[in-house]
Each structure stands twice: as C-alpha cells, then as structure tokens.
Design a protein around this ligand. Structure first.
Ligand code: NAP
Length: 251
C-alpha cells in the first residue's frame, strides 16, 4: 500500500469528549486521523500524542466548522495524510437553557452554523473526494446526532434539538443521494454521555443527575459512543446506510 492509499478519517471536534474517543479508537483500527479543534489546542495536541504513543498517525488542525474556508483547509490537510475514506461529523455546541421566546437570532445562527451547516460542508468535501463517480474509492460518513432530535428539548434547548433533527434528515437524504457512489451515510444518536458539553450548557453535573433516570440507570461514556461509530464506518456495516442508531441506554 502506498502512503497516499492509507485510509484517513476526518473527525471534527476530535480533541475532546466523544470526538477524542472516536479518534483514538479509529487510530487503533488502523486509520490515520485528521482531527479538528476550534479552541482547545492543548486537548487536541494531547489526543494526537496519545495516538502517536500507540504507534498511530494523527494531525490536529484548527478549524471552526462554522467557517467554510476553514473546512476546505481541514480537508486539504487530511489529503496530505492519505486518502480520505471516512468522516465523523462530531463537532457540536449547546447553549445555556432558555425557552424559544428568549432566543436571539445570534444564538440560533451560531447553533445552526456549527451543528448543521458545518456538517453539510464537511460532508460536501468528503463526498467530492470519496465518490466513485468522480474517481474516488468510496467511503463512509457518520453524523453525531442526538436523541434530543425526538425529545425536543422543551424549555431548555429546542434550538439544539432542532439542529439534530436537521442532522437526522440530512443523514437519510445524503445516504440516498450517494448510495450508488460507494458512500454510506449513517448517524449515531447518543443520549446522556458524560462529557464536558454539559458544562458549556450550564449544567456540568447533568450526567450524574440525569443518569439514574435512564432505563440503564446511568449516563454513557464517550467510548460507548465511539464503538458504534467505528462499526458504522467499517465494512461490517457494508449494507447499512441512512440508519440513525440510538446510543442512549434505552432512553
Ligand atoms: P464536547 O466534549 O463539548 O466536545 C465538543 C467538541 O466540538 C470539541 O472538540 C470542540 O472543539 C468541538 N467544537 C465545538 N464548536 C466547534 C466549532 N465551531 N468548530 C469546530 N469544532 C467545534 O462535546 P461532546 O459531548 O463530546 O459532543 C460531541 C458531539 O456529540 C456533539 O455533536 C454533541 O451534540 C453530540 N452529543 C453529545 C451528547 C452528550 O451527552 N455529551 C449527547 C448527544 C449528542 P474544542 O475542543 O476546540 O473546544
């Protein structure tokens, strides 16, 4: 296998939380990892170091997924690692709890630009590289949605829930659009996972507080989301596309 034939996965928001777990597991499975971060360069560097310590290869690229030019540059960096055959659209934000009646346009634009438009543009770059119709080798995309898409987030984060609802429709539509171009598109929909996202949403202890209310009586871990993501990327899921897989402990 030539260097450039080596398979590369792009993981947005790969320095922390679920993205970090996906990045580390992907490296263990033999991918070269191009992970992005937006503000926490140190966490991203630590993730790269952890991959390299295990003999893997990874680069960290600063990329705000709300900025088209930065996404284009992220994929150009990935091209330098090898052939992009996988994308995990993981980067995402929440905001402080608020009813819709209190939401500003700026909040809504940030939420949709990051969680929705960013995922579309990353997928666009991936499809342009992977499509067998334009000489690509095919590939797989996994979008990180949320069960919030069907719960709705009433009184707290309807904007976030709606952004994930858009990701679900995007997953189904893109899957059908590129099914005959060698590209599979799926999503995972996590429930409450113990990461730092809850602190950025103003409820740092959310996993501990809400865990007992989950049918499995606990929050999930980032590793428990990474495993199904890697399965969906793998050939074991060769006939699975357009699926949205709950990873929510039964919630
Ligand atoms: P996290 O620990 O807060 O990590 C979020 C990641 O996204 C960070 O790596 C962050 O980069 C990156 N990011 C944020 N804004 C970005 C932007 N504008 N451009 C590029 N990257 C950006 O969150 P997490 O819990 O792992 O969440 C990962 C995904 O899972 C999100 O899509 C989230 O909606 C989804 N999810 C999480 C849960 C949960 O309970 N944790 C449940 C359902 C779905 P920096 O490291 O540079 O800040």
């Amino acid at each position: 296998m030539t260097d450039l034939a080596k398979k590369v996965v792009v993981v947005t928001g790969g320095g922390r939380g679920i993205g970090r777990a996906v990045s580390l597991l992907a490296a263990k499975r033999g991918y070269r990892v191009c992970l992005s971060y937006v503000s926490d360069a140190e966490a991203a560097a630590t993730a790269v170091a952890a991959i390299e310590a295990e003999g893997g290869q990874a680069v960290a690229v600063r990329c705000d997924v709300a900025e088209e030019a930065e996404i284009v540059a992220l994929f150009e960096a990935a091209d330098r690692l090898g052939t992009v055959t996988a994308l995990v659209n993981n980067a995402g934000v929440v905001d402080l709890p608020a009813p819709v009646s209190e939401m500003s346009a700026a909040r809504l634009h940030r939420m949709m630009a990051t969680n929705v438009v960013g995922s579309f543009l990353c997928a666009r770059e991936a499809v342009r590289r992977m499509s067998t119709k334009v000489g690509g080798r095919g590939g797989a995309i996994v979008n990180v949605s949320s069960i919030a898409a069907r719960l709705g987030g009433a009184g707290q984060f309807v904007d976030y829930a709606a952004s994930k609802g858009a990701i679900d429709s995007f997953t189904i539509g893109l899957a059908r659009e590129v099914a005959d171009a060698g590209i599979r598109v799926n999503a995972v929909a996590p429930g409450i996972i113990d990461t730092e996202i809850h602190a950025s949403g103003g409820t740092p202890d959310k996993a501990a507080v809400m865990g007992p209310g989950v049918p499995m009586k606990r929050a999930g871990t980032a590793d428990e989301v990474a495993a199904p993501v890697l399965w969906l990327l793998s050939d074991e899921a060769a006939y699975t596309t357009g699926a949205i897989l709950d990873v929510s402990g039964g919630r």
